[in-house]
Design a protein around this ligand. Structure first.
Ligand SMILES: NC(=O)c1ccc[n+]([C@@H]2O[C@H](COP(=O)([O-])OP(=O)(O)OC[C@H]3O[C@@H](n4cnc5c(N)ncnc54)[C@H](OP(=O)(O)O)[C@@H]3O)[C@@H](O)[C@H]2O)c1
Length: 402
């Protein structure tokens, strides 16, 4: 059940990756969003390279010491040892993206590569999404447009910023739709920021890297974060959802995503200015395959066939899941039960349902054309994700990013 194969395979690939990145010339990389899921994995991917000591991180903190501690803790999530790497206070630029003063720091004038990963990633309708994801992103680009040492400005976008009705195979259009084409303000803000970066800073060495859905880690499972995994687990438990069983989910593990971002940042020349980081045609997973994999993990024999339901059914499903969990706890079958918010669960299911009904697969040909690795299938490491959250209640899992 606990498959160690991916770990040895990916450890070897990580060593090859570090050696390849180390062989590239010197770089001073500035990362935003390092305390997040993707940004933390990006920094962790660079730990074994000479570039790491030169890196600068934008961090929200009261002091550089606290900022360095936040960076260490974030990176430590991506290793088994929990031994944080050394991060010095001189590598920390304390600041909030919303605060233009943070960009006055003279160290930024020495930067050769920017990886801008910070964003508000909530799918909820938050007031501050536009200010952070669009306005502050443009101010950051403005700051770096005058930096003569800058070789590449990598904007971590989102594949779903393509909007609705683009599939089933989505390719990397340069202009992303903004008006009336989005399921959440978050994806609209990502589309708007990317469009405006291109329009307003034509001379910026901009590369947009657009991950699909980032879930788990290929050999640590959900240890770094259970973000999004719990939704899939709930769907498998309910064995019903709003999309057809043949719908595709394009999922990549965070370590793969991070390595591709770093490769696209440091590679001397690139053929395009926008790339998906995706499972693509080769490795996307059908909902029916996902459910079968979960059933296999639960050791269940023959179960009832999956049923497609209407969005209006989701609230009753969320409530009945709560009742089932209470009954399981009373029967001694579930030791980690905590009451959860059924309304929030329903909201999450509704949104994920709408995204899953898009049935998108994001073309990965551009990444492959750069000579980079294809993504593993989610089914290759789903067991590790499931294993790593076995002691977490659904409530705690839901706290990971919704
Ligand atoms: N995860 C995915 O499935 C996925 C898929 C497609 C694209 N992406 C893109 O990948 C990037 C990273 O996503 P993620 O999942 O790693 O997000 P995340 O875990 O939510 O992390 C967000 C990061 O942004 C920082 N941040 C937010 N507001 C800030 C502000 N005002 N000033 C400074 N820093 C701020 C956060 O810092 P604090 O710790 O201080 O809050 C945190 O480091 C985003 O641009 C997202 O759009 C992610």
């Amino acid at each position: 059940m606990f498959n160690l194969f991916p770990r040895s395979k990916w450890l070897r690939e990580e060593q090859d990756f570090s050696a390849r990145m180390s062989a590239l010339g010197p770089a001073r990389i500035f990362v935003t969003g390092v305390t997040g899921f993707v940004g933390g994995a990006v920094a962790a991917a660079l730990v074994g390279t000479p570039h790491f000591k030169q890196m600068l991180f934008l961090v929200r903190a009261k002091s550089a010491a606290e900022g360095a501690q936040r960076v260490r803790q974030s990176i430590a999530r991506f290793s088994l040892s929990e031994m944080p790497p050394h991060v010095s206070e001189s590598q920390v630029v304390v600041g909030d993206l919303n605060d233009p003063q943070a960009f006055l720091d003279a160290r930024l004038d020495q930067v050769s590569h920017v990886i801008h990963g910070a964003a508000i990633t909530s799918l909820a309708n938050r007031q501050d999404i536009w200010a952070v994801n669009v306005d502050a992103t443009l101010r950051l680009a403005q700051r770096f447009s005058g930096v003569s040492s800058l070789q590449r400005f990598v904007y971590v976008g989102a594949a779903m910023a393509c909007g609705v009705a683009r599939g089933p195979l989505v390719t990397e259009a340069l202009r992303l739709p903004v008006e009336r084409a989005h399921l959440a303000p978050y994806t609209a803000s990502k589309a708007c920021a990317e469009n405006q970066l291109r329009e307003r800073f034509p001379d910026l060495p901009l590369v947009a890297v657009r991950p699909s859905m980032v879930i788990g880690h290929s050999w640590l499972g959900c240890k770094p974060s259970a973000r999004n995994f719990w939704v899939l687990k709930v769907i498998s438990e309910l064995n019903r959802f709003v999309c057809p069983p043949s719908a595709y989910l394009d999922i990549v593990p965070v370590d793969y995503c991070a390595r591709i971002i770093v490769e696209l940042t440091l590679k001397k020349s690139l053929s395009f200015s926008a790339y998906h980081v995706s499972a693509g045609q080769q490795s996307s997973t059908m909902v029916v395959e996902l459910l079968q994999a979960f059933q296999g993990l639960g050791g269940k024999g023959k179960v009832q066939a999956y049923m497609r339901v209407a969005e209006a059914d989701l609230m009753n499903m969320a409530l009945s899941l709560g009742e089932r969990h209470v009954a399981q706890q009373k029967a001694g079958e579930a030791s980690h039960y905590e009451p959860f918010n059924a309304r929030l669960l329903c909201k999450a299911l509704r949104l994920y349902g709408r995204f899953s009904r898009l049935n998108y697969v994001f073309d990965q040909q551009r990444v492959l054309g750069e000579g980079l690795q294809p993504a593993p299938s989610f089914l290759d490491y789903i067991n590790l994700c499931d294993h790593s959250i076995r002691n977490l209640s659904l409530k705690s899992q839901m706290a990971c990013g919704f």
